[in-house]
Design a protein around this ligand. Sequence first.
Ligand code: SF4
Ligand code: SF4
Ligand code: SF4
Length: 241
Amino acid sequence: MIRAGLISFSSCAGCFVEFLNMEEDLLDLVKIVDVRAFPIALEENDFENLDVLFVEGCPTTPYQLEELLHLREKARYLVALGTCACYGGVFTLIKNHTFKDAVDMQYGGTPPVVSIPPQGLSYYVKVDYHLYGCPFELSELRALVTALAMGKPYRQPEYDVCAECVLRDNDCLLNKGVPCMGPVIRGGCRARCPSSGQACTGCRGTYSDANIDSHRAILLEWGLTPEEIDELYAKYGGVER
Ligand code: SF4
Ligand code: SF4
Ligand code: SF4
């Protein structure tokens, strides 16, 4: 059995909701995962000697940062669960936009308590695995847990969203002038947004071979300004520039 703990820092809690949404799959998961700590779901929590700590969200207060550093010591592996944990996620709006814009866009005008700049967890601690997406993909969680249980390596996808779009025979939105981030963003979500007619907004971050210059050039050709392109690239904090 894998001894696991789950902890949440600044986030919308959507990744933990996704975890609980596994329903019947959750019953299969607990056959190989012994959940020792999950404060939002368990009354008693034991974070000692964990095999794996799943972390949702990113620290944005000194207390949260201290807790992250403390819990990191107690787990063999740490998994960044979702884009907030991988890159800072939606909280990087505060860093990359003017604070007022971010508060208006994301929090309906009420500022959150953020006393340290939002960063992905790897800025502070060693992260062994990243499960990308807003929220993360359940299929990737299953693959990671299975790999850990079998002592086998887990590899994250290193291809773009376009590859999955092509497999689904989708009409390309970017070719029609819709500013889609798919060419630079890590696949693995089965091209969820373009498959339903929406542009990819980049929630899974850039993949290793992303050709940013070429993608920006296409967006410029379609009439976006450099500032508008910067806005697209800044949304989740996970796009290298
Ligand atoms: S990655 Fe998305 S769904 Fe998960 S906690 Fe952050 S904002 Fe919520
Ligand atoms: S719609 Fe977007 S993700 Fe799909 S092929 Fe076109 S650019 Fe790539
Ligand atoms: S298509 Fe883009 S925005 Fe949509 S889930 Fe996939 S990576 Fe995220």
